[in-house]
Design a protein around this ligand. Structure first.
Ligand code: ADP
Ligand code: MG
Length: 617
């Protein structure tokens, strides 16, 4: 009779071999089955709820971004550096969303979606950018552009330092974080980096990018292609898969090192080129047949926007500067053209605007971060940069609203944000429940698999040893062998040629009498047993079920011995001679599970072994 037993606490080895271990009673197995199907149902339901919540979240977020403006302009004011003299009357003053510049008796006021004061931290800036990243994960193309005069902190904002990482590394980290909590989609990322310098493109992640100057890197020129859907691709641009943040950061640093700089007397480390980092997001729903959504996140550190005479730059740098200014104004034109849905209006088609064409459209989100200097000597450049942003901001139709409309807009935003928070909280709750249920389901499946396997093996075993049952009581005696053979014969389960004959019975009686004189036989049997133990082939185990059964028989004591629930490999089982010998030699056992099989050939040999063993005891 089987003894139900917890799989966590196996019996000692010997007991395990001869009892029906790890078998869960029928009704409990049924319960387990029911529980599994219930949990599976709940998982499906939760996933579907999560999917609709996610859709709602996407929708609300999109409304928030659009109400706030899908082209948003922030301003960041660099703090005074230790080397800089602070003027008595600072030319730039600011409120939460406006900047006032006083110069030569004039006062100019500029409005922004957000102003970051000198004391603002990298976290503060990132906090405002974060929602737009979620939008990128939701399938929108997103552009974050830092621009402004050289030395105002564009690179500090985008790249940062090791101690104060900037937007790009934080954004990449955030994308991985967000992707890991998405339970209804699988999200993967690739990264590309390039530099635009005097109208040329340079692949920053290419193995060839060690080439220093653009004259020698003509081969690096990349072609900008637009497919039938309007999606821009840069032919030949290196695109690396980034499986995790560490790898992504490694590639990002490699790209940054490859950025070429030339020197001006404004800022030693200023760059005259645009540095573009592209993260391509591939997001696919878990449901069968789901399509992969592809979106791009561009993070761009533009070259200095200052007018050239101020920098004192000459020669090549002049041209670069001109190219940069053209790029900036072209960018404004493109945004204006796309936002006003005027279709293809003429604009200066710089390399930058060609590349960003599909990321500046109606469905994309654009964030401009204008950087300004607090110094009085830079006032002219500050006004120039701020005026440019005025143009960019004017693209949004919801600018320049009356105070009343502005109030209504703010109310709508705060309502949407509340809705968003509620949806996110629900998402969190459902996700937590989903994880719990999935964990429970896995446990139950594991348990079911184990019990089912045992049940299957028990069934095979029962079927196989049914005619041999009587062996249980009389296995150790020669008579029992005879009896067993008879039963087998009557049942017709064992082939006729395997049943004992008169001659064999006589031989058996003989051997019983002559037991003490048979040391030679003992050796021979021992040899046979060893042979049996070490070689399945010697038993012609063509029946896979027999193999399984044998393996199982060996596994149980091994498992118990190791006090662990993981199945052993057949190889190891078979090789564990000491254990097998222990089982085989344990003649006090009522049933030798180890040597039962449904394979008649196997059984014949096993019976043969039994008889010979019996004769020796
Ligand atoms: P840009 O890229 O616009 O030429 P940088 O990012 O190189 O300017 O900044 C110029 C200098 O000012 C750097 O030494 C940088 O560390 C410092 N800096 C810029 N912004 C900040 C800030 N918000 N806080 C502290 N230091 C800053
Ligand atoms: Mg820079």
């Amino acid at each position: 009779m089987s003894v139900p037993e917890s799989i966590e606490s196996p019996q000692p080895a010997v007991t395990l071999v001869y009892t029906d271990v790890n078998v869960v009673p029928e009704h409990e197995r049924n319960e387990l089955e029911n529980s599994i199907s219930n949990l599976e149902g709940e998982v499906l339901e939760l996933k579907s709820t999560l999917k609709s919540l996610d859709e709602k979240r996407r929708e609300v977020l999109n409304k928030i971004i659009d109400t706030k403006g899908s082209i948003r302009v922030f301003c960041r004011v660099r703090p005074f550096l230790v080397t800089e003299r602070r003027p008595i009357r600072e030319p730039v003053s600011f409120g939460p969303d406006n900047v006032v510049v006083r110069s030569a008796g004039t006062r100019k006021d500029f409005e922004f979606d957000k102003v970051f004061h000198q004391s603002a931290t990298q976290e503060d800036v990132f906090g405002e950018v974060k929602p737009i990243l979620r939008s990128a994960l939701d399938g929108h193309n997103v552009c974050v552009l830092a621009y402004g005069q050289t030395g105002t902190g564009k690179t500090f904002t985008m790249d940062g330092t090791n101690e104060q990482p900037g937007l790009a590394p934080r954004a990449i980290k955030e994308l991985f974080n967000e992707a890991s909590t998405d339970h209804t989609h699988s999200v993967t990322f690739t990264m590309s980096m390039l530099e635009i310098y005097m109208g040329n493109l340079k692949d920053l992640l290419s193995a060839r990018q060690s080439l220093k100057s653009y004259e020698t890197s003509a081969k690096c020129n990349l072609n900008i292609q637009v497919d039938s859907k309007g999606s821009v691709e840069i032919e030949g641009l290196t695109e690396v898969e980034v499986p995790d943040f560490t790898k992504a950061r490694w590639w990002y640093n490699k790209g940054r090192r490859g950025r070429s700089t030339s020197w001006t007397n404004v800022n030693e480390t200023s760059s005259r080129s645009h540095c573009l980092t592209r993260i391509t997001i591939f997001r696919r729903g878990d449901a069968v047949g789901s399509k992969t959504e592809v979106s791009k996140l561009w993070m761009i550190d533009l070259g200095g926007s200052e007018r050239l005479l101020k920098t004192g730059a000459i020669g090549q740098t002049m041209d670069e500067g001109r190219a940069i200014n053209l790029s900036l104004s072209a960018l404004g034109d493109v945004i204006a053209a796309l936002r006003r849905k005027k279709g293809h209006v003429p604009y200066r088609n710089s390399k930058l605007t060609q590349i960003l064409k599909d990321s500046l459209g109606t469905k994309s989100k654009v964030l401009m971060l204008v950087h300004i200097s607090p110094r009085d000597v830079d006032v002219g450049e500050t006004i120039c940069s701020l005026s440019f942003t005025k143009r960019a901001r004017s693209i949004e139709s919801n600018r320049g609203l009356t105070a009343e409309l502005q109030k209504l807009r703010e109310k709508k935003i705060s309502e949407l944000e509340e809705e968003m928070q509620e949806t996110q909280e629900n998402c969190k709750k459902i996700t937590a429940r989903l994880q719990e249920v999935e964990c429970q389901l896995n446990e139950n499946k594991k348990l079911f698999w184990i019990t089912n396997e045992n049940k299957h093996l028990e069934d095979i075993e029962k079927k196989a040893i049914l005619p041999l049952d009587n062996l249980k009581e009389t296995d150790a005696t020669l008579k029992s062998s005879d009896k067993h053979v008879k039963v087998s014969k009557s049942s017709g389960f064992v082939p006729r040629f395997m049943t004992s004959t008169v001659a064999s019975r006589q031989r058996q009686t003989m051997s019983e009498k002559e037991l003490s004189a048979k040391t030679q036989s003992i050796r021979s049997v021992a040899k046979n047993l060893t042979h049996f133990s070490t070689s399945q082939q010697s038993l012609s185990l063509s029946d896979t079920r027999s193999r399984v059964l044998l393996r199982k028989s060996y596994t149980k004591p091994l498992r118990a011995a190791a006090n662990c629930g993981t199945p052993e490999t057949p190889k190891r089982d078979i090789k564990d001679n000491s254990l097998q010998k222990k089982n085989v030699n344990d003649t006090s056992s009522p049933r030798k599970k180890m040597v039962t099989s449904s394979d008649p050939n196997v059984r014949a040999k096993l019976c043969h072994h039994r008889r010979r063993m019996s004769s020796l005891t």
